[in-house]
Ligand binder design. Sequence first.
Ligand code: UGA
Length: 438
Amino acid sequence: MKKIAVFGAGYVGLITALGFAKLGNRVYSVDKDKGKIEKLLRGEPPFYEPGLDELLEEVRRTGLISFHTDGREAVKEADIIFICVGTPPLPDGRADLSQVEAVARFIAENMQEFKIIVEKSTVPVRTSFWIKRTISLYNRRKVDFEVASNPEFLREGSAIHDFFNPERIVIGVESERVGKVLSDLYRGFSCPVLVTDINTAEIIKHASNSFLAMKISFINMISDLCEKTGADVDMVARGMGLDSRIGEKFLKAGVGYGGSCFPKDVKAFYRIAEEHGLDFSLLKEVDRINNKRASRFVAKIKKALWNLKAKKIAVFGLAFKPNTDDVREAPSLRIIKLLLEEGAEVSAYDPKAMENAAKVLKGIEYASSPYEAASGSNAIALVTEWDEFKNLDWSRIASLMETPIVFDGRNFLDGRRLAELGFEYYPIGKPAVVRNEG
Ligand code: UGA
């Protein structure tokens, strides 16, 4: 059993804290957000994530986790301190590392004996150098410490599963001894453990996210070409993906990637390359292609509906992906903004993300069910592929709509069945099923 402090109780921090506690370690979870810690102390998850309720309950019962807004006890008690605070984007795309710096300084001012300090937040390469320098500057008692990097690869929506079933563990260290201590935390996991130097570990994380984003933008461009030529992007992706050198994952065309990671990490990664005198414009294109997805989707809607003014569009899905209530950088937000600019009325429904969306998006109707959203609408724009949407009574929806038209931004629904029910159906990157083509 190790004593572990985790600074930051967001997606990565909270899942890491609960995960290590479930593995039998004593964990101190620290976040400066009082509201979040109060919720956790009451046993309420601060965000929606499948299985989080149960994991929180289970771990709290073991007594192996405590939650704090003041990190002093955590620093004093823990042998290993994970930094999992936010690294949001600055206006120029670089990562804002001030929260990482603040935690590093706090640790330096409060540690009294040897600590291993591990960055787990997604950070640009050489952040560990700055963490080390910050700690050295504020570490007046000259306490011994070592910095390491242990990037996290979990996905929102399947975060708990991903924590316990990773495909690899990456540990960046300066000494074999710390490499061994950190590897031991993951004893019992069956995946490869890659122990590297710290810069390498930091680059692995950014490179992985950027590469996945690149796959998505690549297939999205292919989908545009498919639309122009009458080809089928899903079959193209399948045909490509059967080559194990390519792989079929992350080749789903759609309205673009969102979330708190890909958009930010792609920008931060090309900025860091720039800072080192390199032109990583490949990633600029990845970002640019992604930024155009929303307007392309809205243009398609406009082309089919002729005028959008005073037309009612039902938006199905607001979260940036299913199984989360997170709307950060969600394609839905851009799409709705463009629809409103065109004079359309928007009625939106999402199983989990409406509360978060309402904080940042006004001027639309938030419906209490997909049926209410669709009622009297001229078209449905499916933006997030929640399972719930597959199992709706689509013939009832057709009867509720003014004109039964579906724009499927995730190629998620059964277009042929919808067509049988009388819908016009517009997928991404494959032929639409249109009535009265003229
Ligand atoms: C991503 C990575 O997948 C994780 O490995 C990483 O740990 C995480 O970022 C992070 O850095 O914290 P996440 O953003 O939670 O995870 O979700 P993804 O499943 O990767 O989806 C990201 C976006 O890409 C979503 O908007 C999704 O709809 C979109 N996407 C994904 C596509 O448009 N097409 C695809 O084929 C796959």
